[in-house]
Design a protein around this ligand. Sequence first.
Ligand SMILES: CC(C)(COP(=O)(O)OP(=O)(O)OC[C@H]1O[C@@H](n2cnc3c(N)ncnc32)[C@H](O)[C@@H]1O)[C@@H](O)C(=O)NCCC(=O)NCCS
Ligand SMILES: Nc1ncnc2c1ncn2[C@@H]1O[C@H](COP(=O)(O)OP(=O)(O)OP(=O)(O)O)[C@@H](O)[C@H]1O
Length: 197
Amino acid sequence: MSYLIGLTGSIGMGKSTTARMFADEGCAVWDADAAVHRLYAPGGAAVEPMGAAFPDAIVDGAVSRTRLKEIIGADPTALGRIEQIVHPLVGEDRQAFIAATDADIVVLDIPLLFEGRGAAMMDTTVVVSVPPEVQRERVLARGTMTEAQFEAIRAKQMPDADKRRLADHVVITETLEEARDQVRAIVAAIRREMADA
Ligand SMILES: CC(C)(COP(=O)(O)OP(=O)(O)OC[C@H]1O[C@@H](n2cnc3c(N)ncnc32)[C@H](O)[C@@H]1O)[C@@H](O)C(=O)NCCC(=O)NCCS
Ligand SMILES: Nc1ncnc2c1ncn2[C@@H]1O[C@H](COP(=O)(O)OP(=O)(O)OP(=O)(O)O)[C@@H](O)[C@H]1O
């Protein structure tokens, strides 16, 4: 059975970048956002139920994120209804990944780790964090969200300070070097603990 690290952090705080650093240390990484991409793609398990609930969201046999963001922008209750459809499918994908891997450490990159029930199954939890002005700059620099869309997502997420309080480890992602040092220290401590057990 692999050691499970739950990795989370608010939007744009550096989850994917930090997950890649864990992968560089030999950890297997599963990414909840990537699982949603697979579920929304043509033939994905979310296409049919999402089409039934949000017919306008389907474009060329896939769930369109652009359309979904428009729908969420117009109706604040939509995101909750999307989650009810998508989250059970994401949970199935995650369990299948854990069952199939033989890595000693598995990192589960889950934006809603503390908002949902995910944290309880982890051996340890890691939160990535930077000051809010850096977070905003980074997200808006990507050019995939308007400021209003960013604020709508952020308002729905647990505040960064609360996540940091709940986490076993906090990785500061102001620079790549600093973050990589922290990731290496966490992995080394876990491997020492596993060797002693
Ligand atoms: C809202 C959507 C359309 C935005 O798509 P887009 O491609 O622009 O962004 P992406 O998927 O990369 O998400 C960016 C970030 O937004 C945040 N976010 C996404 N969904 C949610 C949510 N339901 N609640 C809070 N934050 C969320 C996360 O921090 C995520 O890392 C998309 O995220 C979506 O369909 N979300 C619903 C499914 C879900 O809950 N996913 C979260 C992981 S299970
Ligand atoms: N340690 C770091 N040092 C410098 N820049 C970083 C660091 N970590 C992440 N970044 C930058 O911050 C931005 C957001 O990072 P990333 O995509 O990893 O965040 P995320 O939390 O996965 O985002 P989302 O919540 O939208 O999925 C990117 O432009 C990335 O290059």
